[in-house]
Design a protein around this ligand. Structure first.
Ligand code: ZN
Ligand code: ZN
Length: 257
């Protein structure tokens, strides 16, 4: 049994919950502690029962709440060896380093995989028994390695950050536009649609479009862009796949796999 829910998702802060029979974890803590506490209660658990917080990368929209969480609840911080120094300086918590290989946390098998971003960044494939949930955001492109790691998941949280035209026509300075659109920036709605197409071929039916940009995207646009991309390949939303858009200020559905 696996449960998963996006607590917050977007350029202003990211956090998601994953629970199994034995374990409760969150992936990233880029939100305030109160929101984490309140959300965990809704899931029938609480922050003192957290077995760990997994960190994808150092950007503050993924890490700004880590220090408060560690201080109050002594939650271990699981992070890649490449960012362990940074995380130990930015939280008082116990740092558990992982490398490129799978590791175990109670009944969870967690496989980090590299995603292309402008700092060291990983996605996670989390398995309990036969169920798998994967999360990959903050990636300029969906590499074959990321697709391989996520394939066969029961549920995927994938980045649908921006609409390319909105970025190009928007008011951001040129350097920022270049960064967002680069291969080490963020995944566009259309690229997200392509990624989902690939994953549907391996049997995944549930997708949560995640990490939407506040300035260069909106939920209806992300949703319709991906739906249109899928339709090109004859994949129908509501029939072959189920899509949900994760929001900045609202919990997603609580998935029970
Ligand atoms: Zn981010
Ligand atoms: Zn980032």
């Amino acid at each position: 049994m696996l449960r998963a829910c996006s607590i917050a998702s977007g350029s202003k802060g990211n956090c998601m919950y994953i629970g199994s029979q034995q374990a409760n974890i969150i992936v990233d803590a880029g939100v305030n502690l109160l929101l984490i506490e309140k959300s965990l209660k809704l899931f029938g658990t609480n922050a003192s029962k957290l077995d760990g917080v997994l960190i994808s990368h150092v950007h503050s929209d993924h890490t700004c709440g880590v220090a408060a969480l560690c201080k109050k609840y002594s939650v271990p911080v699981f992070c890649h060896q490449a960012i362990a120094d940074f995380m130990s300086k930015h939280s008082d918590g116990q740092i558990v380093e992982f490398f490129d290989d799978s590791f175990y946390l109670k009944d969870l098998t967690i496989t980090p995989f590299k995603v292309e971003h402008d700092v060291h960044c990983v996605g996670f494939a989390v398995i309990s028994n036969t169920k798998q949930v994967s999360i990959a955001t903050d990636m300029g492109q969906a590499t074959q390695g990321a697709i391989d790691a996520m394939q066969g998941s029961d549920l995927c949280f994938v980045e649908s950050n921006h609409d390319v035209q909105l970025v190009q026509q928007g008011s951001y300075p040129e350097f920022l536009k270049k960064r967002i659109l680069s291969k080490k920036g963020h995944l566009s709605n259309n690229a997200c649609g392509d990624l989902i197409q690939s994953l549907v071929n391996f049997g995944t039916k549930n997708f949560v479009l995640s990490h939407l940009s506040e300035s260069n995207n909106y939920p209806e646009l992300a949703f319709s862009s991906v739906v249109n991309k899928l339709q090109e390949k004859g994949i129908k939303e509501g029939q072959d796949v189920h899509l949900e858009v994760a929001m900045q200020n609202r919990l997603s559905s609580l998935y029970q796999l």
